[in-house]
Design a protein around this ligand. Sequence first.
Ligand SMILES: Cc1ncc(C[n+]2csc(CCOP(=O)(O)OP(=O)(O)O)c2C)c(N)n1
Ligand SMILES: [Mg+2]
Length: 554
Amino acid sequence: MNGAQILIECLKREGAEVIFGYPGGSVLPLFDKLYDAGIKFILTRHEQGAAHAADGYARATGKVGVCLATSGPGATNLTTGIANAYMDSIPIIAITGQVKTFLIGNDAFQEADVTGVTRPITKHNYLVKDIKELAVIIREAFKIASTGRPGPVLIDIPVDVQQQDIEFIWPQEVKIRGYNPTYFGHPGQIKKAAKLISKAKKPIIYAGGGVISSNAHRELKDFVEKNQIPVTMTLMGLGGFAGTHPLSLGMLGMHGTAYANHAIMDSDLIIAVGARFDDRVTGKLDAFAPHAKIIHIDIDPSSISKNVKVDVPIVGDAKNILRTLSEEIARTPDTQDWLKIVESWKKKHPLSYDNEGKVKPQYVIEQIYEITKGEAIITTEVGQNQMWAAQWYRYLHPRTFISSGGLGTMGFGFPAAIGAKVGCPESIVFDIAGDGSIQMNIQELATCVCNKINVKVAILNNGYLGMVRQWQELFYKKRYSHTCLYNPDFVKLAESYGAIGIRVTKKEEVRPAIEKAIAIDNTVFIDFHIEPEENVYPMVPAGEAINRMIGGMA
Ligand SMILES: Cc1ncc(C[n+]2csc(CCOP(=O)(O)OP(=O)(O)O)c2C)c(N)n1
Ligand SMILES: [Mg+2]
């Protein structure tokens, strides 16, 4: 086999079902073999789209996503997508072509130092210099991407390596020196944690994306119900615990619910599960949860005590640890009084909006929730649209909310929706989009239509880079510096690609438009003309303590 065939054979054996990618000179041998290799290939219209689609596929399915690009500009176009997957710990394999080995370092045509460029945004990367290493590297890459704290791995393969012939040997085992993720928590630490939990009067669980990546949602639910502890989730954690559960406090942080933020600030014990105390969650660090002891369960030891000092660290897999920890708790904590307080906050200070006047974005999302009964996969762009999607749709299952958390990448949601739909063809997939963000990967309309990937895009069209405008309104004296958009006609634009466009300008059109979009067997853009200056509340101003919210509770 030549290198190209070995790559394809290894991908198949690793269980890859689909590759999202884009061709070019340095991957020609590979594309020649892809012509009749019997592996699904989806041609995106930009390499960034391919990386986000692989990421969306991975988030929706729990499998490793694969994307592919040529050397130089193809590879650099992947980088935003790779960084995005890195920040959110998503397992993807990015394959790039590279100039011939003897040309590397010569400023050859379309040469870029891709392993250099991606070193800080990959969990690991490889430049394959010798065909003999290829199969082993691919196996290692899949193992590294999908185990421990997951993340992207890049494999850079020079053209001549793709062309060389060698006898194919499938490496039965992969052992990577120095790479040994811990899965089971330290028994002593688990005992300590169990004691703290038994004694706690005001405990809270702070659940992050790690709950989803370790498939710990059932264990979390059992743990919560047995110990009667309220749960708040990060943006990445939404869906890890049902948003409709009586013990759910929804999202916390900058645009979290008032009751979640007050509960964590007032708590005496925080049980952090697969979360990393991001600055959007903690707000002002020295004011964060002053009375609380902290138990931190995480598979990545380097994320423990990185931002806040932790009392009981437990390194390992959330699923295993929640199970053992639950067994270890001899006496469940007495949380009745605490739950009453939290419940009263919940009743008094729910998320709210004024539904008068123009179409409200919150109303649109509530209707999408009601019509899909919480069973759709929702992806988002970045900005107000993303925060409203986090607040107003109730996520019932893991892997149904797909959003760019760490990097905050505008242009993520649409290609991610494509990846999610390819991975979960039976699900209804909605991208909740902003009018600014959707234009960052609008070219993927062609990918949808050509491949009959039936996704729905709900554009919350406010005519603004809304989230930036909101900050300018609140903190820069309404000086709307370069945040007003001049938009294309999104209906015509969708139609020009062969998709369907629906425009909504009145409240009473919202439900029928969503129902119609779902019924149509094609990609649909719904252009919701919403109240232009609607804001996302509550809001914690940057650098403030998270219980000091605008539009929250006093
Ligand atoms: C690639 C990228 N560039 C810039 C930003 C900064 N940014 C964050 S939100 C936002 C506005 C997004 O506008 P739109 O998509 O219309 O969403 P809205 O907030 O109006 O819902 C911008 C520019 C970003 N997050 N990502
Ligand atoms: Mg906008």
